[in-house]
Design a binder for this molecule. Structure first.
Ligand code: GAL
Length: 679
């Protein structure tokens, strides 16, 4: 892996996202000086600067960016350059309106903001290669430019898929390559149902504007198709950057809970992943259904620790890839960056509170503990024009340091050594399962993310460091594997899991595991299809629970209440650990175990936590009993203990102030009591 720093960094490094094109040129040198004085090492630039880099077709203006980079370089700052493809300029769009994408209502998504392009547009592909080549020829070997970001946040504003135009036109050829014949396509999608059979490839359109819901298999393949487009779009840029920017890293800044494409496919070919972390906006805007209003109110000024940590762990695991081999070095470094870190208010959530005093330091420490090598704050100075004037930066609009600035200045980076995250428990995550799961939730309150995050939160409340990875990754070396919502399980996947379980790795599965075939249908022999041997059971019944309706569960884990979802099993070798009590599932199996496989059929936070505790305890994983809002993470030779509550807490022999962190030795364990005490 190409590392951004020629010397191996020992500690977390910091950066910022800056926009020299937004301010007069006499600000560049003083800004760079302040950035360096603040201790920042990296500046990301130019991801939206196409109209300034190429004001007219084929006419480039590099002078301003040359000067801005020179100002950063004069202060020893390292530059992360971007390909400016999220913002094709007006002259290009008006000359080639076919570049524009279509929304689900069949309307054109117009010029006038950003991300106004269709990944399938051949014209746009050509211009993307052209501008990438031009920028990379100019700066690929610039000594101050140490790395590259492709585009900006693929999928942002719902732009992963276009439902008309170039994408729709390209879809039939993608299907033909996948299925070969129309008979195979009709069979795979089950098109006989409602006479949806096709007799010509050209008859197949995007799965929108149908009278009622489109065929879920059609939707699943449209998602796969669109995801492949994003992967190939980026691959074209990466290829050019490898040629023209030798020795520099190439990354992309992924998004919070983004589900529009298969991130494992899109990350392939990058040196490491980065993501954009906006904890308060995430809680307001992206929190999975099931995260209640009370939690949103309580954590309004910090965001929720586990939702943020989940995203860190997704992106730390991305480079391990689908085959578990990852890129050279990826598995060993654990490294990722936070390319954009919230450092004040955001502007895009329904409510955009000021972060709590201490929140910027809290977020930075957490990012480090979950494996970030660099945290880069968005943005340097608050924008004085256009869409994002309500958004904070490290500097206010008037250039005075804002609240986040002081917190960054107060960080002691020697507390944060770079090193591996010792996560030995794997949590499996898969975008295809997400797509088909959410296409037919059956219980509105329980999405793929909500189910997955519930298991993640339970693990974090037990003090477990989690490695999120793809279900086809190499699972050897993990002490236990948790698969909360992997509903799409092809035969080969089932066989690999079975081999791992036989080799001694305990598995915990959530409801709807192995319900679907790769085509999106159900197995004709029912859930668990090819996984039936491992689970020693078959699905008996599933129940969708509206808010307010619960299903009791009784057994050795205490009495629990399932919300949203309860499914029961007909055991065939498995042992029943817990049973439904009352309601239509009364007396049926709710939690089952067969050798190393445990399946939890009921969606209940307390039950999930109890079963995980049982399985992980049995596997020798050290467990804690953490109060809500207090979290423990380990990295290198340190332990980070954080309190995300807006009030002080005493726990484990530590007095933790409101919204605060303490860094302790790697062998630290709590000394007393389990309870939380507010102060
Ligand atoms: C990100 C985006 C940035 C900026 C930021 C505001 O999603 O990458 O360009 O818009 O949000 O919070």
């Amino acid at each position: 892996m190409t590392h951004p720093d020629p010397t191996t960094p020992e500690f977390l490094m910091l950066g910022t996202c800056d926009y020299p094109e937004h301010v007069p040129s006499d600000r560049w040198a003083p800004y760079a000086r302040m950035q360096a004085e603040l201790g920042l090492r990296f500046v990301r630039v130019a991801e939206f600067a196409w109209s300034r880099l190429e004001p007219r077709p084929g006419e480039f203006d590099w002078a301003w960016l040359d000067d801005a980079i020179a100002a950063y370089a004069a202060e020893g700052l390292r530059v992360v350059m971007c390909t400016p493809t999220p913002t094709p300029p007006a002259w290009l769009i008006r000359a080639h309106p076919e570049i524009l994408a279509f929304d689900e209502g069949g309307r054109v998504r117009e010029f006038g903001s950003r991300r106004h392009y269709d990944f399938a547009s051949p014209v746009f592909r050509e211009h993307s290669r052209r501008i990438t080549r031009a920028v990379a020829e100019r700066y690929g070997q610039h000594p101050a430019v140490v790395g590259w970001q492709t585009d900006n946040e693929f999928g942002c504003h719902g732009t992963s898929r276009s439902y008309g135009g170039a994408s729709e036109a390209a879809f039939p050829a993608w299907l033909q390559a996948r299925y070969g014949t129309l008979d195979a396509l009709n069979e795979a999608w089950g098109n006989v149902f409602w006479s949806m059979e096709y007799t010509d490839w050209a008859q197949v359109k995007a799965p929108v504007l149908t009278v009622t819901e489109p065929n879920p298999s059609h939707v699943l393949d449209y998602h796969r198709f669109a995801s492949d487009l994003i992967a190939s779009f980026q691959a074209e840029q990466v290829e050019l950057l490898r040629e023209l920017a030798p020795g520099r890293f190439v990354t992309h800044n992924f998004m919070i809970f983004e589900s529009g494409f298969d991130h494992y496919d899109v990350a392939r070919g990058l040196d490491f992943a980065t993501w954009d972390n906006y904890p308060t906006g995430m809680l307001e805007f992206f929190a999975p259904p099931g995260v209640g209003e009370d939690l949103k109110t309580h954590y309004a000024r910090t965001g929720h620790p586990d939702l943020v940590a989940f995203n860190h762990d997704v992106y730390r695991g991305l480079m391990l890839g689908k085959d578990g081999l990852g890129r050279e070095g990826a598995g060993t470094s654990n490294g990722f960056w936070v390319m954009e870190q919230q450092c004040g208010q955001v502007n895009w959530a329904p409510y955009n509170p000021l972060p709590a005093e201490g929140a910027v330091a809290l977020w930075t420490a957490q990012a480090w503990a979950h494996g970030a090598d660099v945290v880069s704050y968005f943005r340097w100075r608050a924008a004085t024009m256009a869409q994002e004037v309500m958004h904070s930066g490290l500097l206010r609009h008037d250039e005075t340091p804002d609240r986040g600035f002081a917190e960054v200045a107060g960080l002691d980076l020697t507390q944060f050594p770079v090193g591996p995250v010792p996560a030995r428990v794997a949590l499996l995550h898969d975008y295809e399962s997400l797509w088909i799961f959410d296409q037919q939730r059956h219980a509105a309150g329980l999405s793929y993310w909500a189910q997955t995050v519930t298991y993640y939160m339970a693990l974090r409340s037990l003090g477990v460091d989690v490695q999120i990875t793809h279900p086809d990754a190499d699972l050897r070396g993990y002490v236990a594997v948790v698969a909360p919502a992997i509903t799409l399980v092809p035969g080969e996947r089932a066989a690999r899991w079975e081999a791992a379980a036989q080799a001694g790795v305990p598995f915990v599965f959530g409801p709807r595991t192995a319900f679907r075939t790769p085509g999106g249908a159900t197995w004709s022999d029912g859930q668990f299809g090819p996984l039936s041997g491992l689970t020693g059971a078959r699905l008996l019944q599933y129940d969708s629970l509206r808010p307010g309706v619960t299903q009791g569960v009784a057994g050795p884990f205490g009495h629990a209440h399932a919300t949203f979802w309860a499914e029961s099993y007909r055991v065939n070798g498995a042992q029943t650990l817990a049973t439904y009590a009352g309601g239509p599932l009364d007396g049926q199996s709710a939690v089952i175990r067969h050798g190393n496989a445990t399946v939890i059929g009921a969606h209940s936070q307390e039950l999930i936590r109890a079963v995980l505790s049982d399985v992980l305890g049995g596997a020798g994983v050290p467990l804690l009993d953490l109060p809500e809002g207090v979290r423990v993470s380990r990295r290198a030779d340190r332990t980070l203990v954080q309190n995300w509550h807006p009030h002080a807490v005493t726990w484990g022999g530590l007095k933790l102030g409101a919204v605060s962190s303490v860094v302790l030795g790697g062998d630290w364990t709590p000394t007393e009591g389990k309870g939380e005490q507010g102060e």
